[in-house]
Design a protein around this ligand. Structure first.
Ligand SMILES: [Zn+2]
Length: 170
């Protein structure tokens, strides 16, 4: 039966063999030196290990024999809990984080028809075609026509015009 105790520094739950009570170990979590506490009782030495009759391994006499008993060293382990996964379950990644992985974001480009008219020449189709060619087929997501109204600076009249909103990856 392992001793279950918590690291006094980082509160990491640890398990140790009762025979290691009083031994100083390095916390596997925070690397600080901690002492393994006694298993409930005050006299740890009378723990089950001391009952030599039940143990097939030789126990060194109190007189101090030169050969130390070879007891397989128990690793200090962090107890595994079946519920630990759900406790530290991460939230789903937001979509923009997923997009960052590929280095590309969804972007919007609005091309106004009015901005493409230069000295009487309507370059809207040309500008839009050029932009679509620039982003490429793979990055094109959608194109949406919109109409808008603005005040013409020269005539101070309301002018209705149209634009396209292009969604693309870039
Ligand atoms: Zn610790």
């Amino acid at each position: 039966m392992d001793i279950i105790f918590n690291c006094p520094f980082c509160d990491q739950e640890l398990a140790a063999d009762p025979v290691d009570s009083g031994t100083e170990i390095e916390c596997p979590s925070c690397s600080k030196t901690i002492k393994i506490p006694a298993a409930g009782g005050t006299d740890v030495r009378s723990a089950p290990v001391a009952t030599a009759a039940a143990s097939p391994e030789p126990v060194a006499p109190a007189g101090g024999a030169s050969t130390s008993p070879h007891r397989p060293m128990k690793e200090f382990t962090v107890p595994q809990r079946a519920t630990s996964e759900s406790l530290i379950q991460k939230p789903n990644r937001p979509l923009d984080v997923a997009a960052k992985d590929t280095g590309r974001h969804l972007r919007v480009k609005t091309i106004k028809h009015g901005d493409c008219v230069e000295v009487g020449k309507d370059k809207f189709d040309e500008v839009t075609t050029e932009f679509l060619a620039k982003i490429g087929d793979d990055n094109f997501v959608s194109i949406t026509p919109v109409s808008y109204t603005h005040v013409d600076i020269g005539t101070q009249k309301f002018i209705s015009d149209f634009a396209v909103v292009i969604v693309y990856k870039g």
